[in-house]
Write a protein that binds this ligand. Structure first.
Ligand code: ACO
Length: 151
């Protein structure tokens, strides 16, 4: 599996990005000032991760997604661990990620990879997404922010 930066964002990228974030409008906005990396095998793009500089100290994982048929095989962990290594190399002090109150699997994964809950953005999804979203039988309402300190 190779981790590499993408310079051009094509339609196949959007198929993945929309799995993590249903708002094309928000994706277009953060892609403008982000760097995009992919996990590739035999030239096939299996997963994607979007990193956006928040300030000189902190970079945020804005979007991480793996092809549905390949989820649960370690590719998401591979992407996040490589993003952590990239951020350390770029001398960031911390890396953060946000996910929904309903995203229990993702919350488990991020904490397993060393992220800690740092903030709750109450009603974030109610305020920023026009349609009601449900996940795991729960209304998607709040954004939980998690942060990991870097070397
Ligand atoms: N439900 C249940 N468990 C999950 C989930 C989930 N949705 N996602 C990850 N896990 C658990 C796995 O069971 C696994 O546990 P284990 O190591 O104890 O076996 C662990 O997390 C690691 O899983 P990986 O195989 O490394 O993760 P994967 O390759 O599936 O990638 C990802 C995780 C990116 C969340 C993927 O499932 C996905 O693309 N989901 C849809 C899009 C999405 O929700 N993206 C994140 C939104 S938040 C954001 O983008 C900032």
């Amino acid at each position: 599996m190779i981790f590499k930066e993408l310079k051009e964002i094509g339609p196949s990228c959007f198929e993945l990005l929309l799995l993590a974030d249903p708002s094309k409008k928000l994706i277009d906005a953060y892609l403008q000032h982000s760097r995009v990396f992919v996990a590739c095998r035999n030239e096939e793009m299996d997963g994607i991760i979007v990193l956006c500089k928040l300030n000189n100290d902190t970079v945020e994982i804005k979007n991480v997604a793996v092809k549905p048929e390949l989820q649960g095989k370690g590719i998401g962990s591979f992407l996040i661990n490589n993003a952590i290594a990239f951020a350390e190399n770029e001398k960031y002090k911390s890396i953060c990620i946000g996910t929904a109150n309903s995203s229990t699997g993702q919350l488990y994964l991020y904490q397993k990879l060393g992220f800690d809950i740092s903030e709750i953005r109450h009603n974030f999804f109610l305020d920023h997404y026009p349609e009601a979203i449900y996940e795991n039988g729960l209304r998607v309402k709040h954004m939980l922010m998690l942060i990991r300190q870097l070397r």
